[in-house]
Design a protein around this ligand. Structure first.
Ligand code: ZN
Length: 246
């Protein structure tokens, strides 16, 4: 079986300029490196490429996207500064080629997620107050929930709350409750064109979320779910009749 190639794109701003992130993810590769490391333990996952916004063409070169079966995307403070052309590249690889896209935490505000959803996905309720997050499974038979208990807890996370300005998901996989009282659709799936998209909420830059075994399992499961299948090339445009009408 061919292995799944993954492009892990981490904004990289906090690793370069923020002490809080360095305290939790001390390696210079930061959040992206942590994700790449646990993905590397999975035998179904093949080549893992690590990029940040500080790489050439904001780490979104055509050649890197072209070889990726799945793109994992973590972004935050620089979301609005990203080059539209490179964001459109992601959009095209998802919708036209079927590249899987996994958006993590504050990537809800990324240009590409907004474009794919067609709504103001950057809008939600939020607060940094070290609330506890309890992530509830909503669709236990969904492949992304494989091996996940009915709920798991993250002792400290940033709080997000509804309303989250996303379109109705094709699958609502997780809902989070926070100790401050909010609830949030924290795991949502969409199909756009040939591509599968999963947004997963946990992962604030100053908390050790990506070391959590359940979070790691969800992301590994999502990579396998989102990877393109061997689908036939479908024709569009003018086409001759398949049947002889004479
Ligand atoms: Zn955050």
């Amino acid at each position: 079986m061919r292995k799944i190639n993954v492009l892990v794109w981490n904004e990289g701003y906090h690793e370069k300029f923020g002490q809080a992130t360095k305290g939790v993810y001390p390696d210079e590769t930061g959040i992206g490196g942590c994700i790449a490391e646990f993905l590397g333990e999975d035998e179904e996952i093949g080549e893992i490429t690590l990029r940040t916004m500080f790489d050439e063409e904001e780490g979104l070169k055509e050649e890197d996207l072209a070889k990726a079966d799945v793109l994992i995307y973590w972004s935050h403070v620089c979301a609005d500064d990203m080059n539209d052309e490179y964001q459109t590249r992601i959009f095209n690889h998802v919708t036209k080629r079927g590249m899987g896209l996994i958006l993590l935490h504050s990537a809800h505000a990324s240009k590409v997620f907004t474009k794919l959803c067609g709504t103001k996905t950057e809008e939600l309720r939020w607060r940094e107050s070290c609330d506890k997050e309890r992530v509830w499974v909503i669709e236990p038979q969904h492949p992304i929930c494989d091996g996940i208990p009915e709920y798991f807890e993250l002792e400290q996370e940033e709080t997000y709350g509804e309303r989250f300005e996303i379109p109705k998901p094709d699958a609502l996989v997780f809902v989070s409750w926070f100790s401050g009282g909010e609830v949030f659709r924290s795991g949502v799936c969409y199909n756009r064109g040939y591509g599968k998209i999963f947004y997963f909420r946990p992962g604030h830059e100053s908390f050790p979320t990506y070391y959590n075994e359940h979070v790691q399992r969800v992301i590994k499961n999502a990579v396998k779910w989102a990877a393109p299948t061997n689908f036939p090339k479908m024709q569009t445009g003018w086409t001759a009749s398949l049947e002889n009408k004479n």
